[in-house]
Design a protein around this ligand. Structure first.
Ligand SMILES: [Zn+2]
Length: 459
């Protein structure tokens, strides 16, 4: 769902609010432009400003400002109290700092995902500034900072983004967290950045130019801007590049996204939506992509009526609305099945701006136990195993990847995805003409392997 920007080489004409915004011609090396997008109805944003603002605007397509999500208005009050109340981040700043500074403690705040009672723990890898990182910036007009007041809201939004990536990854049997720029205590850093007031209007490129002038220009960063303004919902850059490796979205160029106050703490995470754009989703060659780099197989955080003319189809349950990639076949799968689109094309779950989060020790040095699998067994051609948590309770309806290591091969490959039943049992019927070892994986917990000589086919 909702709000972003996207780019594509080539050209386009876009409809916004039923009116043809403009013809737009953008070649690989030049970008002539067009009109500014209408922040309420969405539309095409001037590409002219992208020249000089991003290193290679020709690789961007027509930048599209998403229409406002249902129920969102730019006219809502953005008083601090209103923002805090909507966030549910009732914790005081001091409490948020104290709690979140403990790297093994979950961030304070109220998760936006209804099924979560608390946020997932953030990544705590490296120095906090090494390698590729997503850097959070609070942008405000000089002299009007509400940094301390809104910090709990922004920390909660950052935690919501991690929740989206963690839960979406678990649907495919993996774990992912955002590689935030974080401090020594693994607390994501929220930069306090003053910009000229004119940089907080509807012109996204003026915003980008302002932060670049402050030195935020590294290809090793994705600059994630929370703007203290109520001019737009959200917008973010995407480079059109389906390459599975050395992708333009994976550290070749700096990336920028902006989310204004009306879309802080929404029912759907606009920040997670914009970050997914910066990571390279949804590429136009994906099976269910729209030409505005969203998708049409609802429910899905990146799918919605974006003015592209694509007709939406309800394919996944409404619960997927807050998560990434309905059926994990267009832009996010931690372990795409062999031969699938995401195994051959760019998969944002492969981004070097995400960490594959493993369980880590708490302060006493104890690594928390996750779940465990019963020993897989084969009966009447069906391979099965049961998943329980550390206390022995069955884990029902958990996403599971079925993996195989073929006889003579050294590595495991994911064959398919399934879900445990009400008793926590995963079942699959092999019917493949090759012998090999088979196992189940869920949230980083893998079962023992069962060797099958019989011809099998997993589905
Ligand atoms: Zn979008």
């Amino acid at each position: 769902m909702s709000r972003g920007a996207r780019l594509r080489p080539g050209l386009g004409a876009a409809l916004a609010g039923g009116a043809l915004v403009a013809g737009l011609v953008a070649g690989p090396t030049s970008a002539q432009v067009v009109s500014a997008g209408a922040p309420r109805a969405g539309g095409v944003v001037s590409l002219a400003g992208a020249a000089g603002a991003v290193p290679d605007p020709g690789r961007l397509g027509p930048v599209h400002l998403d229409p406002l999500p249902a129920g969102v208005s730019l006219d809502v009050p953005d008083r601090t109290g209103t923002l805090l109340a909507r966030s549910g981040a009732r914790a005081s700043v001091a409490h948020a700092l104290a709690v979140a500074a403990d790297s093994v403690t979950r961030p304070a705040g109220t998760p936006g995902i209804a099924s979560l009672s608390e946020h997932v723990r953030p990544s705590c890898s490296g120095s906090g500034t090494d390698g590729h990182r997503v850097q959070v910036l609070y942008l405000h007009a000089a002299g009007t900072s509400r940094y301390r007041q809104v910090l709990p809201v922004l920390r909660n939004e950052v935690a919501n983004v991690d929740d989206v990536f963690a839960l979406s990854a678990r649907q495919t049997g993996g774990e992912r967290r955002v590689r935030w720029v974080h401090d020594a205590g693994c607390l994501p850093v929220v930069g306090d950045v003053a910009v000229p007031a004119r940089a907080l209007g509807t012109d996204f490129w003026a915003t980008v130019a302002a932060v670049k002038a402050r030195g935020f220009t590294s290809p090793a960063r994705k600059y994630f801007m929370f703007a203290d303004a109520a001019k737009i919902c959200g917008i973010g850059t995407v480079y059109d590049d389906p390459s599975p490796t050395h992708n333009l979205n994976d550290g070749r160029y700096p990336s920028y996204a902006r989310v204004d106050t009306p879309c802080w703490s929404g029912a759907h995470s606009t920040p997670a939506h914009e970050l997914t754009h910066m990571l390279g989703g949804v590429q136009p060659n994906a099976p269910h992509a729209t030409r505005f780099e969203h998708c049409w197989d609802e429910s899905d955080l990146m799918c919605y009526d974006d003015g592209s003319g694509a007709r939406l189809r309800q394919v996944c349950p409404a619960s997927q609305e807050q998560l990434l990639d309905c059926h994990h076949d267009d832009y996010f799968d931690t372990d795409p099945p062999r031969g699938s689109f995401l195994a051959r094309s760019w998969d944002t779950a492969r981004s070097s701006f995400l960490d594959d989060e493993a369980p880590r020790a708490d302060r006493s040095g104890t690594v928390p136990r996750r779940g465990s699998w019963t020993r897989p067994r084969v009966r009447d051609g069906v391979l099965s195993a049961a998943l329980t948590d550390a206390s022995g309770h069955v884990l029902a309806r958990r996403a599971v990847a079925v993996q195989a290591r073929w006889r003579g091969a050294g590595t495991w490959a994911t064959l398919s995805h399934l879900t445990t039943d009400g008793a926590g049992v995963a079942r699959t019927r092999p019917a493949r003409a090759r012998a090999g070892w088979f196992r189940f994986a869920s949230s980083g917990v893998t079962s023992r392997a069962a060797y099958l000589k019989v011809p099998v086919r997993l589905r």
